[in-house]
Ligand binder design. Structure first.
Ligand code: ZN
Length: 475
């Protein structure tokens, strides 16, 4: 069922660009802005009491299906789970869903290298699958391996085997294959994801799934149509995605290319893929988290000829020569400042010392004039963009250490990371003016107050395409 035509809205006494005014919303767009607007009688009036009215936030890189599943999974990594005993307790106490126990967010700091044998030691009465927090690896127990038929011959590359040829229960980059083998677990609850994002003021998202195909994104389009997912949606993904017929509010973005350091492609091969995407009228979004991956991505972009629609995802380690190179190529960067907070502790111990000053830069990109935007990478990072903004400003890890503090941004710059258009991350922030789509985030206080207290609790209401998608109790 399609959502009904949204009821007109009238924001009373909000702060827009530093001054107080009223803003009216009709048929999904900003209808008028004025010192005092006359109510027409059919509107829902929102008393803003001086709260700032911002363009709705855009999360430029997340994974909607993964986020939906994570909401019904057990946490297997820090900060919820810090050691082996806590992991065992979590898995033992977990409620299965569609017959499986599903864990997420695992990191070796909890209990080292996990395989089917060790996972069976934690829980052996049900199939268990645990995802590594990078999203690149699934680990299953013996019953899980059995359910997936891992001991059969002819399995895809990515099913790890030991010296004797037996599957270890570790599956690399096999999400699509796994999804096909797992029992029908019912559609993931995208309505819950839509609500969660709206609660944080998010009105637009870019789904960065590398294996997004016209078939696999069907549920996302359906969720847009029913209103379960009120956010504007851009889809990165496979080259076939270009053939997709998209409804209003959805757009097809760049071709996503994953680089994995142990198995990097030849630069010429990567350049060919970039040329193919460009020839089809699409940019590329290249996933590059290590220094070597970034250098390869840039060399290939250079060879193929970079275009403004091209983006580098993460660019987690970006020394000055790479920053200058990206600037020269004119490529956009979609970063995840949330990882400074959530993974900073591990970075400080595990990342090579020479790379540490260049971890998730902020200031360096802006100083160089590189278009910089942010995404949460949820479910691998928290979906709360306010936590990410605070991390971009404070550069603090969860335990209070500071990571490359010289890379700190000002609050306004951190906010701007989430305000660019979906199709041009890092472009100047969208503005609230008559005629534009009514994608809005109302805060409970003036920006001058919130900028020094970047927390999602300040979001008072969220409007997606003219629909009031969320309103704080008592707002
Ligand atoms: Zn991602």
């Amino acid at each position: 069922m399609a959502p009904p035509e949204p009821r007109p809205l009238l924001f009373r006494n909000c702060e827009l660009g530093g001054r107080r005014c009223d803003v009216s919303v009709r048929r999904g767009r900003i209808a008028a802005i004025g010192d005092t607007l006359m109510a027409r009688g059919d509107e829902q009036v929102l008393e803003a009491r001086g709260g700032a009215l911002l363009p709705g936030l855009h999360d430029h890189h997340l994974h909607l299906f993964g986020l939906a599943s994570a909401l019904s999974s057990v946490a297997c990594g820090p900060p919820e789970v810090e050691d082996e005993q806590a992991l065992a307790e979590r898995l033992r106490g977990a409620t299965p869903r569609s017959g499986w126990v599903r864990g997420v967010g695992y990191h070796e700091s909890v209990a080292g290298h996990l395989d089917r044998r060790r996972l069976s030691g934690f829980r052996s009465d049900l199939p268990v699958r645990v995802q590594h927090r990078t999203g690149a690896l699934w680990m299953v127990n013996d019953l899980g391996a059995k359910a997936l038929g891992l001991d059969a011959p002819d399995l895809p590359e990515g099913v790890e085997r030991d010296a004797a040829g037996r599957a270890t229960g570790r599956l690399f980059r096999l999400d699509g294959w796994l999804r096909e083998r797992l029992p029908g677990s019912g559609p993931p609850d995208l309505a819950e994801v839509g609500r969660l994002l709206a609660r944080h003021g998010v009105t637009g998202v870019t789904d960065a799934g590398a294996d997004n195909t016209p078939r696999s994104v069907g549920r996302l389009l359906e969720a847009r149509k029913t209103g379960d997912l009120p956010q504007r949606l851009q889809l990165l993904g496979s080259s076939e995605l270009g053939r997709l017929d998209v409804p209003a509010g959805v757009q097809v973005g760049a071709v996503k290319i994953l680089l994995d350091e142990p198995r990097l492609p030849q630069p010429e091969r990567l350049a060919d893929r970039i040329r193919e995407a460009h020839a089809a009228g699409r940019g590329v979004a290249i996933h590059a988290v290590t220094r070597a991956e970034l250098v390869l991505a840039l060399a290939a972009l250079e060879e193929a000829g970079a275009e403004p629609a091209d983006r580098v995802e993460h660019a987690s380690v970006a020394p000055p020569d790479c920053v200058a190179w990206i600037r020269r190529l004119g490529v956009r960067v979609v970063s995840q400042p949330i990882f400074v907070r959530e993974r900073g502790e591990t970075y400080l111990t595990e990342v090579e010392e020479r790379d540490r000053p260049w971890l998730y830069p902020g200031r360096a990109w802006l100083d160089a004039g590189v278009p910089l935007a942010a995404g949460s990478d949820a479910p691998y990072g928290s979906p709360d963009p306010w936590l990410a903004m605070a991390a971009a400003v404070g550069r603090e890890t969860r335990c209070g250490a500071r990571l490359a503090p010289g890379e700190a941004l000002l609050p306004d710059e951190a906010l701007a990371l989430f305000l660019g258009p979906l199709e041009a991350p890092g472009a100047p922030p969208r503005v609230v003016e008559p005629g534009v789509h009514a994608d809005l985030c109302l805060l409970d206080a003036a920006w001058s107050e919130v900028r020094s207290d970047l927390r999602a609790e300040h979001v008072a209401a969220t409007v997606c395409g003219g629909h009031l998608a969320w309103q704080a109790p008592h707002a």
